[in-house]
Design a protein around this ligand. Sequence first.
Ligand code: ATP
Ligand code: MG
Length: 180
Amino acid sequence: MLLRKLELYGFKSFADKTEVEFGPGITAIVGPNGSGKSNITDAIRWALGEQNIRNLRGAKVEDVIFAGSAKRRPLGVAEVSLVFDNSSGTLPLDFNEVTITRRVYRSGDSEYYINKAPCRLKDIHELLFDVGIGRDSLTVIGQNKIDEVLNAKAEERRLFFEEAAGITKYKHRKREALRK
Ligand code: ATP
Ligand code: MG
């Protein structure tokens, strides 16, 4: 499964609608300090359902919304879409292309969509858990994460291995089942 495209609107420094297309193989994003490289990975994590805003280098939910600049007024909404190539059928949906969208307003209300149909955050998590790219997964490894792995206690380090081995989703389901 390939992340084919990222679409941003009003997310952090991306006030204009921006599309980033990813080809097969490795993509490198280069640019001067502060030009928005890390904001791109933040956008991917955010659209995958990240709930902890500090993991996205913010303090409040609305910190992901374009805050304005000298020449431009702040925006009221941020939206990020991830377009996955699903021709291999990895995601259990009968579509060759699957788009996951998250939108947030200044009020703090979030909306989620799968192929433009409104859904719950839970639906996004369940869809992604199955393929191991859920919110707590190792899909995006930031600089701080590398330090975390190196400094982790044995118990914490075990969680990284469980995640990589795909065990986390079963633990999650067990917890859910026990709660019912
Ligand atoms: P470095 O090379 O230093 O890691 P970078 O390319 O990763 O830089 P980012 O951290 O992605 O840069 O971008 C930081 C920029 O994003 C800053 O200029 C910051 O003001 C801007 N920014 C972050 N949040 C917002 C927001 N909500 N509205 C407008 N701009 C924002
Ligand atoms: Mg950076």
